[in-house]
Design a protein around this ligand. Structure first.
Ligand SMILES: Cc1cc2nc3c(=O)[nH]c(=O)nc-3n(C[C@H](O)[C@H](O)[C@H](O)COP(=O)(O)OP(=O)(O)OC[C@H]3O[C@@H](n4cnc5c(N)ncnc54)[C@H](O)[C@@H]3O)c2cc1C
Length: 388
């Protein structure tokens, strides 16, 4: 079998894989034609996801001249239902909701147009690392690269092959797309509902652009924290839908897992590093699309430099990640998950009710508008005047 040589092989053409290729090519346009993006499935492919895309992803992509034009619903704010009340903040323009079938396809095509070689229907089965590089087999073909990026999502083959643990922050997620019902929030808001205390997580109602209309993605994100057992999420969603006057049997139920990052665990080996959900995402909300793009931005810059210098041990990838905006954001969210689920949710819920600015802060994180932090601290922290 002929072995085809590349500078870098990226496994998985979801947002993390395509973004890594795009940012790398931005920093190293000389690598055109020498980056291989291997995707197991064929575009357009479906990815179970509610499609809420934080504005920071579009902002980052715009920095390298990329705008993904797909049907979207613009999002202006957040609504949070708590056991003791409801909070809403609408700062405006915080992101949009897309369909992954369209978004991922369009992003992969831009990566291809900018010089990555995209091979669809090529699932990586095995790989070996030697002194000179990495050799990958898809069963049908073999490819050789100087380095490899695992961007192959929650069940990452690359991660498994490296023997890296999958960690304890696993979530069960279930969703359906339905018509709107009375009582739904307006189309420009993402609604998070944490009123049900029988599980660690939340229910959502997000607008979603489907077949030329705005429908509603409804779902449940339930986190298993410290190995806790997760209740049957489909039953929980059925119950919630019933309360909304909907019957789960009338809809296609889409169920999948998600995995939160554990920043202290390794996400690289010599010549191989992980990005996106293969590395781990936000455990508190399960948000992962914008983070996948952020991973691409950090990895693209890192790889540009490492492929140039030949320092491919990737020993400091975890450190590079931790010191990036993405790493700080993930660390903050990890801490929040710990706070809510180990120490108790009540103080956090009280904070949102007493200081709705905290929800605006959440919206700013989603949008990528958190700087300066001091401004938010003075708005939210106890002892400060909300008006200051
Ligand atoms: C129900 C649900 C709702 C969600 N809602 C949201 C939301 O509203 N907003 C948000 O930000 N996040 C959401 N998420 C999380 C988000 O979908 C993921 O975190 C995000 O897709 C991660 O991107 P990624 O590129 O790392 O992985 P993926 O998007 O999973 O992409 C991985 C790619 O790798 C390919 N692949 C896998 N194995 C191989 C292999 N061996 N060889 C080659 N290719 C391979 C896959 O086919 C896929 O195309 C949701 C998740 C779920 C399950």
């Amino acid at each position: 079998m002929q072995v085809r040589p590349y500078e870098l092989i990226i496994v998985g053409a979801g947002p993390a894989g395509s973004a890594t290729a795009l940012f790398l090519l931005h920093h190293r346009p000389d690598l055109q034609g020498r980056i291989l993006l291997l995707e197991r499935r064929s575009f357009p492919r479906e990815k179970f996801c509610a499609g809420a895309l934080g504005g920071r992803a579009d902002r980052l992509l715009e920095e390298i001249g990329v705008r993904i034009e797909v049907p979207s619903v613009a999002i202006d704010g957040l609504m949070l239902s708590l056991p003791d009340g409801r909070v809403e903040r609408t700062p405006g323009g915080i992101g949009r909701v897309i369909r992954r079938r369209e978004f991922d396809h369009a992003l992969a095509l831009v990566a291809r147009d900018r010089g990555a070689e995209l091979l669809e229907g090529h699932g990586v089965r095995t790989f070996t690392v030697d002194k000179g590089g990495v050799e990958v087999s898809t069963g049908r073909e073999r490819f050789r690269g100087r380095a490899l990026v695992g961007a192959d999502g929650v069940g990452s083959t690359v991660r498994r092959a490296l023997g890296l643990p999958f960690g304890r922050l696993k979530a069960s997620v279930v969703e359906v797309d339905t018509e709107r019902v009375s009582g739904d929030p307006p189309d420009h808001l993402l609604h998070f509902d944490v009123t049900d205390r029988t599980y660690r997580g939340y229910a959502w109602d997000f607008p979603t652009p489907l077949k030329g209309r705005v429908m509603v993605s409804r779902g449940l994100y339930v986190l298993s924290y410290d190995g806790s057992t997760v209740p049957e999420v489909t039953d929980l969603l059925a119950e919630r839908l019933r309360a909304q006057g909907l019957c789960i049997q009338d809809y296609r139920v889409k169920r999948m897992a998600e995995r939160g990052i554990e920043l202290h665990r390794p996400t690289a080996r010599p010549r191989i590093l992980l990005v996106g959900e293969a590395a781990g995402i936000d455990p508190i909300t399960g948000e992962g699309i914008a983070q996948a793009v952020q991973y691409g931005s950090v990895a693209g810059r890192y790889l540009a430099e490492r492929l140039r210098t030949g320092r491919l041990s990737f020993r400091d990838w975890r450190l590079r990640l931790a010191s990036s905006d993405l790493g700080k954001d993930l660390a903050f969210r990890r801490l929040l998950a710990q706070g809510c689920y180990r120490w108790g949710r009540h103080p956090f819920e009280r904070l949102f009710l007493d200081r709705p600015e905290a929800l605006e802060f959440g919206a700013a994180i989603f949008a990528g508008r958190v700087r300066p932090w001091r401004k938010w601290a003075s708005k939210i922290l106890p002892g400060q005047s909300p008006a200051s």
